[in-house]
Design a protein around this ligand. Structure first.
Ligand code: R5P
Length: 295
């Protein structure tokens, strides 16, 4: 029987996975020393079992990544025969390639480290870019949680909603959500300055008067992308604006900025556990974990 190893950043998600799967949850001794270093010990032997380490890596990313590596290492030392590293939010995945000369290829560093410590397989949720998966030599999968978002939204009973991608790149996801909600999909054109990080979104007239608009994206970080989209949408006098994302990072008072830009509600999954995490990825993760163990 596999054993779930709960990481400090994913305790609620691990509990949901334990309830859904019936897998045991190992006891972990986790503490932080006065100088800030993390200590992790698994308090029971794993005796040849498959350890499923669940640890997301939102801010403080570097600490979360270190804890993830400690959890993999400790699982192997406790006797696990295999470790599946489940990292619901994979930090650094936006640095998926070298954009400017001599930049560090951060996502590859993370992939190499997970592998070097001894993970046998890796699962994440809606990785920002599939290129990151190619940096792993072990089996690496990205699970799609947009259907979970769509199914949650469909329970809210919208009439003819517009599902808007704030960026051309996420238009396929917006189309998939729109199909499930019987709505219409559209996208905006966004450009980001690679040096300053400033975001510019092209103005576009959208037919949103008295309609619900759901802006979908994979990540909300500073909120700048959704703020721009919400400002454009607001000009068309919509009924409500909802922002839904997979990974709610909310850096730099993003939630306050979103509300100020006219967003009425923000929804996210529990890849990052926050007050907006109304949608769980436990079910899709479990399906993927089971496939991996059977395959
Ligand atoms: C970018 O390609 C991503 O899909 C998100 O749109 C972006 O990471 C969001 O960042 P922020 O909230 O800082 O605009």
């Amino acid at each position: 029987m596999p054993v779930l190893i709960p990481g400090p950043a994913s305790s609620s998600l691990t509990q949901r996975l334990a309830e859904l799967s019936g897998f045991m949850k190992a006891k972990i001794n986790y503490k932080v020393f006065p100088d800030g270093e993390s200590y992790i010990r698994i308090e029971e032997p794993l005796k040849g079992e498959t350890a499923i380490v669940i640890q997301s890596c939102p801010p403080p990313q570097d600490k979360r990544v270190m804890e993830l590596l400690q959890l993999i290492d400790a699982s192997l030392r406790a006797g696990a025969s295999k470790v599946i590293a489940v990292v619901p939010y994979l930090a650094y995945s936006r640095q998926d390639k070298v954009f400017l000369d001599y930049e560090a290829l951060s996502s590859k560093i993370i992939a190499n480290a997970i592998e070097a410590i001894g993970a046998h397989a890796f699962i994440t949720v809606n990785v920002h870019s599939e290129i990151v998966l190619s940096y792993f030599k072990i089996k690496a999968l990205s699970v799609d949680a947009f259907p979970e978002i769509a199914s949650y939204l469909s329970s809210l009973d919208f009439k003819n909603p517009l599902i808007l991608s704030p960026d051309r790149k996420r238009y396929p996801e917006a189309q998939r959500v729109a199909k499930i909600l019987n709505g219409e999909a559209a996208f905006l054109e966004k450009k980001r300055d690679l040096t300053t990080g400033d975001i510019v979104t092209e103005e576009r007239t959208l037919n949103v008067e008295d309609r619900d608009v759901i802006i979908v994206d994979d990540i909300i970080s500073t909120g700048g992308t959704i703020v721009n989209a919400a400002k454009i949408v607001s000009k068309g006098k919509p009924k409500r604006i909802i922002a839904a994302c997979i990974h709610g990072l909310y850096a730099a008072n993003a939630l306050e900025k979103l509300m100020a830009a006219g967003v009425n509600e923000v929804l996210s999954t529990d890849t990052i556990e926050t007050k907006t995490s109304k949608i769980s990825v436990a079910k899709v993760l479990l399906e993927s974990i089971k496939q991996l163990m059977e395959g």
